[in-house]
Ligand binder design. Structure first.
Ligand code: ATP
Ligand code: MG
Length: 358
C-alpha cells in the first residue's frame, strides 16, 4: 500500500556499519535526527555496501552490525513509526544513480575530496584501496539525491561529500532539465530540476574528539565510547583522555579535548563555566576530578539508552520488521526519483515495479 506523500521537508542521513554506534555518531548526527523526527520526513540509510570499502572480507560482521545499528538507533530515540531506516543494498535505485552520477563527475574532482584524503591517511590505506573506495563518495551523492533530500544532518567530516552532492545535483539539473547555470540553488526545483540542492546541517558538535584526545572519535581508530558500553567501561575510557597537564595548580587549556567533553556532556552551563574558570587558573582542580564528572554525565545520558537497547536484545525478528518497512518506504521514493532521472536523461524505456518482502 503506497503511503501518502508528505508535505514535510525531507532529510536523509545515516551510518556505515563499520561497528556499533558511538558518542561521536550521537552528538554529530543522531541527536539531531531524533529532534527532526516530528518536523521532517526522515530517511536513515545503513550504508552496508559502503562498509565493503574496508570490510569486504567480513560480510557476516557487516550484516550483524546492520542490525546492531538499528538497536542503537532505537536506544537513542529514533522512532520507527516516524522515520524510515533502510539498507542501502535493498534500494537498487541508489546503485543505478551512483553509476549515472559517476558519469557526471570528473575523476580528479572525486579524488580531490579532502575527506577521502583524510581517510586514506588516517586508516593507512596507502595505495592499496579498492576502486570502490573513491566510488563510495559518488555513491553518497546518490544516497542523498535518490531521496531528493532538502538537508543532511551530519558531522563535519561529511561536509565535503555534501559539497560533491550539491555539484552533481546542479550539473544534472543543468544538463537534463534545462536549469540555467545562473539559477540560485533554492530555485532549481521550481525551474524544473529533478534534484533540490541539499544543505549540510552540522550540529553544535561537528567533530567529537576520541578518548586519545587527538583524532576524531572513530571505531576504526580505537578511541570510541560506544552506546552499549557499561558504566565502568565509560569511566575507564574517559580516564584515558590525555591532556599533558601535570598538577592541580597548573593552569590548563579549557579548549583541550577533555573540555570538549565537559562542554558537550555536562548539562548545567553554570557548572561548565565554573570548571573552565578554575581549570584556566589552575585553581586546585585535577584532571582526574573533571574526568569523573564527565563520566557521570555521559553515564546519565547513556543510562536510558542502555535500558531501551536491552528491550531489543535478541529480538532480531522485530529489527528485521523495522528494516523491511523502512526499505519498502525508501523504495517507493527512490524508484520514483530514479524513473524521473532516467526519463529526463533519455535512459528510461519501460516502466518497472519493485517489490521486496521477507
Ligand atoms: P567510524 O569511523 O567510527 O566508523 P564514521 O565517521 O565512519 O565512524 P559514519 O557512519 O561515516 O561513521 O558517520 C555517521 C555520522 O556520524 C556522520 O554524519 C558523521 O559525520 C558522524 N560522525 C561520525 N563520527 C563523528 C565524530 N567523531 N564527531 C561528530 N560526528 C561524527
Ligand atoms: Mg565515515
Amino acid at each position: 500500500m503506497p503511503s501518502a506523500p508528505s508535505s514535510k521537508p525531507r532529510i536523509l542521513t545515516g551510518d556505515t556499519p563499520t561497528g556499533q554506534l558511538h558518542l561521536g555518531h550521537y552528538v554529530g548526527s543522531v541527536k539531531r535526527r531524533v529532534e527532526l523526527q516530528s518536523t521532517h520526513e526522515c530517511f536513515f540509510i545503513i550504508a552496508n555496501m559502503h562498509a565493503f570499502t574496508t570490510r569486504a572480507e567480513e560480510p557476516q560482521e557487516v550484516r550483524r552490525d546492520c542490525l546492531e545499528i538499528v538497536r542503537d538507533h532505537l536506544a537513542m530515540g529514533i522512532d520507527p513509526a516516524r522515520s524510515s531506516t533502510f539498507l542501502q543494498t535493498e534500494v537498487p535505485a541508489i546503485a543505478e544513480l551512483t553509476y549515472l552520477f559517476a558519469m557526471l563527475l570528473p575523476f580528479n574532482r572525486v579524488m580531490r575530496n579532502p575527506t577521502l584524503k583524510d581517510e586514506i591517511r588516517d586508516r593507512k590505506l596507502g595505495d592499496r584501496y579498492s576502486f570502490g573506495f573513491p566510488l563510495y563518495a559518488v555513491g553518497q551523492t546518490a544516497d542523498i539525491l535518490a531521496f531528493r533530500a532538502h538537508s543532511v544532518p551530519v558531522g563535519l567530516d561529511q561536509v565535503a561529500h555534501i559539497e560533491l552532492t550539491r555539484e552533481v545535483a546542479r550539473r544534472f539539473n543543468q544538463i537534463y532539465c534545462g536549469v540555467s547555470d545562473q539559477a540560485p540553488d533554492e530555485e532549481h526545483v521550481t525551474l524544473g530540476g529533478v534534484f533540490p540542492i541539499p544543505l549540510a546541517d552540522v550540529g553544535k558538535v561537528g567533530r567529537l574528539v576520541g578518548v586519545d584526545g587527538k583524532m576524531k572519535m572513530s571505531k576504526q581508530l580505537n578511541n570510541a565510547i560506544f552506546i552499549s558500553d557499561t558504566p565502568e567501561e565509560v569511566r575507564k575510557k574517559i580516564a584515558k583522555i590525555y591532556t599533558g597537564r601535570q598538577s592541580l595548580t597548573e593552569p590548563g587549556d579549557p579548549g583541550n579535548a577533555l573540555f570538549q567533553y565537559v562542554e558537550t556532556f555536562i548539562e548545567d552551563p553554570q557548572r561548565v563555566d565554573q570548571l573552565k574558570d578554575r581549570y584556566a587558573r589552575g585553581d586546585n582542580i585535577g584532571d582526574g576530578h573533571i574526568k569523573q564528572e564527565v563520566a557521570e554525565a555521559v553515564n546519565r545520558l547513556l543510562a536510558p539508552m542502555r535500558e531501551r537497547r536491552a528491550a531489543y536484545e535478541g529480538d532480531d525478528d522485530g529489527i528485521m520488521d523495522i528494516l523491511l518497512a523502512g526499505c519498502q518506504r525508501a523504495n517507493e521514493v527512490a524508484e520514483k526519483t530514479l524513473a524521473r532521472a532516467k526519463e529526463v536523461a533519455g535512459l528510461k524505456f519501460f516502466d518497472r515495479t519493485l517489490r521486496i518482502d521477507r
